[in-house]
Design a protein around this ligand. Structure first.
Ligand SMILES: Cc1cc2nc3c(=O)[nH]c(=O)nc-3n(C[C@H](O)[C@H](O)[C@H](O)COP(=O)(O)O)c2cc1C
Length: 151
């Protein structure tokens, strides 16, 4: 059983719905899951749960407003989280070209800066290919969470 905090960034609700579906599914697999719809720094520094970013991309490769304050605080304060496991699920749209799924890259960068350790490759979900991001995210997240247990 893993302890997981899902950090949500969403504008229109797709990533939020995905995070909620992930919680239901992962809880059935006996994981302990908290969905943070507007995560603060304290939400992550008060514990050592694994971090699962579940964000969409907005603007030109930018992080949605629900997640931006945490991103900025992490970048400013750099609170070391040595070896803390994290994963990234990012929603985007490949018609945006170079900025496709840019929010996931930004979150990955800052989590590396505070010494977190990435588990699994980032899952990029393209709105041009799927209208149900949760269907793609669920199997990925099950494997991701199980691999935390094997460590
Ligand atoms: C104004 C706007 C800007 C966007 N910019 C990007 C972008 O730069 N890169 C990208 O990959 N997707 C971009 N998208 C696509 C969204 O990330 C995608 O539709 C996502 O599924 C929305 O998820 P949400 O419902 O959680 O906000 C943009 C969408 C909108 C409406």
């Amino acid at each position: 059983m893993a302890r997981i905090r899902i950090l949500v960034g969403s504008v229109f609700g797709g990533a939020l719905l995905t995070a909620r579906e992930l919680r239901k599914d992962l809880e059935q697999a006996e994981h302990h899951v908290v969905v943070l719809e507007k995560p603060s720094l304290d939400d992550i520094t008060s514990n050592d749960d694994a971090l699962l970013v579940c964000t969409s991309t907005t603007g030109q490769g930018e992080i949605p407003e629900t997640l931006l304050p945490l991103y900025l605080e992490l970048r400013d304060k750099l609170p070391l989280q040595q070896d803390r496991p994290f994963g990234v699920i990012v929603l985007g749209d490949s018609s945006y070209g170079d900025t496709f799924c840019g929010a996931g890259d930004l979150m990955e960068e800052v989590l590396y800066e505070i010494a977190c350790r990435k588990v699994s490759n980032t899952l990029r979900i393209d709105a041009l290919e799927t209208v149900n991001p949760e269907q793609v995210a669920l199997p990925w997240a099950r494997e991701w969470a199980a691999s935390l247990d094997w460590e």
